[in-house]
Write a protein that binds this ligand. Sequence first.
Ligand SMILES: NC(=O)C1=CN([C@@H]2O[C@H](COP(=O)(O)OP(=O)(O)OC[C@H]3O[C@@H](n4cnc5c(N)ncnc54)[C@H](O)[C@@H]3O)[C@@H](O)[C@H]2O)C=CC1
Ligand SMILES: O=C(O)[C@H]1O[C@H](OP(=O)(O)OP(=O)(O)OC[C@H]2O[C@@H](n3ccc(=O)[nH]c3=O)[C@H](O)[C@@H]2O)[C@H](O)[C@@H](O)[C@@H]1O
Length: 480
Amino acid sequence: MVKICCIGAGYVGGPTMAVIALKCPAVEVVVVDISVSRINAWNSDQLPIYEPGLDDVVKQCRGKNLFFSTDVEKHVYEADIIFVSVNTPTKTRGLGAGKAADLTYWESAARMIADVSKSDKIVVEKSTVPVKTAEAIEKILTHNSKGINYQILSNPEFLAEGTAIADLFNPDRVLIGGRETPDGKKAVQALKDIYAQWVPEDRIITTNLWSAELSKLAANAFLAQRISSVNAISALCEATGANITEVAYSVGKDSRIGPKFLNASVGFGGSCFQKDILNLVYICECNGLPEVANYWKQVIKINDYQKSRFVNRVVSSMFNTVSGKKIAVLGFAFKKDTGDTRETPAIDVCKGLLGDKAAISIYDPQVTEDQIQRDLSLNKFDWDHPIHLQPMSPTAVKQVSVSWDAYEATKGAHAICILTEWDEFKELDYERIYDNMQKPAFLFDGRNVIDLEKLRAIGFIVYAIGKPLDPWLKDMPAVA
Ligand SMILES: NC(=O)C1=CN([C@@H]2O[C@H](COP(=O)(O)OP(=O)(O)OC[C@H]3O[C@@H](n4cnc5c(N)ncnc54)[C@H](O)[C@@H]3O)[C@@H](O)[C@H]2O)C=CC1
Ligand SMILES: O=C(O)[C@H]1O[C@H](OP(=O)(O)OP(=O)(O)OC[C@H]2O[C@@H](n3ccc(=O)[nH]c3=O)[C@H](O)[C@@H]2O)[C@H](O)[C@@H](O)[C@@H]1O
């Protein structure tokens, strides 16, 4: 029986291994982590991450051929194939701070593999890593290999949160990079055999190691670039009276451009887009390509601009001050159908409003008060470290309260900001909400989920990203 061990039981390690276990009943899969609380949660009825369909998959295989354990060394020792899916955060200190990937966790995993292994291993990079990481890992593993043959593969993950299970069941492609030696090719084939249990052969792409590593960074950069492109145009729409939904639809109808990923928003969030682009920028700089670095840096700059533009729009519309005013924030997760708040644009928007002394009342169907308070008090990039290494109990931000109901959150508010596109926000009783708010009642839709005309008819002053401006806002100072 082939034995797989995955180091890192997070958003990637957990779902990917659960699906491998489900699709390959003849393979034993053990997911290990240094975080005891995470492993306990994987072994309980309350999984550590919210992902539609995940519960079902885990229930079908857990205890049969899928196991979660903190005994990292034992399972690494026993495995034939080791996936490494640990955090690769942005460095916060030293060389490359604010850009380069911090490979501390990856390196410690590699050293541990080298220490405990007694048989040949295929080591698979599942984490997103800088190009040429495999070379460094290879050096660590083979430096004192005691005759063990290590093959390093790059097998980046392309799942998106909220649709992880569907993405894993039916991926656009699976990418495997490996050495072009006979042993390298054998290792690529071994991993291909796993995926071929459910992924059609023509969707399994094999490349050299560096192409696979770079393709992951490039794919995320291209995706984020589309959002920054449509968001940049949304600012121009507001200035000219064009409508971003109409523009994006017309642009996306061109089959060379395509309709997906053209939704204007308050900005993209999530654990990877910013981190991976910063990483790409750093690699370009290190390779003497400042023009290429600056090109990609602009994707992040437009994203930051979009978030601060939104905050400025809120403040300037409300007579240039939100001091002491109650602002209801609907949605805190970085996108719908996930409880994940990593790099969510809601953090920057809330911080911006708090900077103007607003009193914020937040409702999100999947995010806890504790998480929100942590997010608003953690330093930039600190969230991307194993939980037990993060500050324990950050001081609560007093001007922030959290409700478990949208009606409660909006009661007595001067304004509403919609920051996540949860479906339920489309169905709210906005007449009831309007009646219970201060007047004039403002609504700032950062996700284009509400029916603009209907809400204006109720009496709201509405701002929606990239939509023709409410007459009220037209007379307000222009925002940057
Ligand atoms: N979240 C996502 O949707 C995607 C993430 N990725 C990449 O996958 C990697 C992991 O991301 P996530 O799963 O989101 O992170 P995560 O933070 O949810 O999970 C990482 C896990 O690794 C564990 N860990 C760290 N060092 C360890 C060690 N030495 N031994 C054992 N366990 C260790 C941590 O305790 C944590 O539970 C990152 O490189 C990320 O860029 C790639 C595609 C999608
Ligand atoms: O490497 C990763 O971590 C993953 O990053 C993204 O997945 P994810 O961040 O989970 O979610 P997305 O659906 O890509 O959304 C990212 C952000 O962009 C925003 N977005 C997305 C699409 C759009 O049209 N407009 C827009 O503002 C979302 O609201 C969200 O804040 C990629 O889509 C995955 O392919 C990749 O594997």
